[in-house]
Design a protein around this ligand. Structure first.
Ligand code: PEP
Length: 249
């Protein structure tokens, strides 16, 4: 079966209101494709404005994080229910920057991913090894472990509703992109693990992205690999040339 590719931009904590609106208007004029799904995961404060600017276009809007509780005394947090109530379809969960700087654990990532599903959102769940783990030959074990935690308690049907982003930490924001073979080998492993746990049909449906220094120059070779269903793109999603990542074919 063929999976529709997804190219998700992650703006991280960048762009103040006016710059975000100007950039979104520029993207609105250049990003136009039915071949792939395109989404910008923006800071919470821009969700509403971006929904307005991208209304009627092929560009979707997503969030970069959420809390696992539906509501309650969690000052400063945002719930999946809140995102769903704004018709925000996607949310990044467990980005390595959140794991590192905000000490998000594998258990928390799982709770958030389950809560996103419960709210009807598509979680883009990030997993990936450090440079040290890769150099010591532990990549596959790290990925297996992070994946097992992330999708714990999910059903075979849920596999079609989630996205896994393989993001080697050494490749994020460094310009040190994984080779297409390195990225493909881990994305293939993730699909094999899903197959082992949930069967062939679920494994064929789940979308697995690669993230880490994706840019116009490398998008085509990465996205042409059989187990890579698109990308999670940080720095390059803040540039006009993001349009070339989206129209990579
Ligand atoms: C990311 O933010 O998930 C990411 C992959 O960043 P970059 O594309 O800048 O490496």
């Amino acid at each position: 079966m063929s999976r529709k590719k997804l190219i998700a931009g992650n703006w991280k904590m960048n762009l103040c209101a006016k710059k975000a609106e100007d950039f979104a208007n520029e993207m609105k004029g250049t990003v136009n494709t039915d071949a792939v799904d395109v989404v910008f995961c923006v800071p919470y404060v821009h969700l509403s404005a971006m929904k307005g600017i991208f209304a009627g276009t092929k560009i979707g809007v997503g969030a970069q994080n959420m809390h696992y509780a539906a509501s309650g005394a969690y000052t400063g947090e945002i719930s999946g229910e809140m995102l769903a109530s704004m018709d925000i379809p996607y949310v990044i969960i467990g980005h390595s920057e959140r794991r590192e700087y905000f000490k998000e654990s594998d258990t928390e990532v799982n709770l958030k991913a389950l809560a996103a599903l419960e709210a009807g959102l598509t979680p883009i769940i990030c997993i990936g090894e450090t440079s040290k783990q890769r150099k010591s030959g532990r990549t596959f074990n790290v990925i297996r472990k992070q994946l097992a935690f992330a999708i714990d308690e999910m059903s075979a049907d849920d596999m079609a509703k989630i996205v896994i982003a393989y993001e080697p930490i050494w490749a994020i924001g460094t310009g040190d992109v994984a080779t297409k073979e390195q990225a493909e080998e881990v994305c293939a492993l993730i699909r094999e693990e899903v197959k082992a746990g949930h069967g062939q049909a679920a494994a064929e449906k789940i979308r697995i992205l690669y993230g880490g220094s994706v840019a116009p120059e490398n998008a085509k070779e990465l996205f042409s690999m059989p187990n890579i269903d698109g990308g999670l793109v940080g720095g390059a999603s803040l540039k006009a040339s993001f349009e070339k990542v989206v129209h990579f074919e």
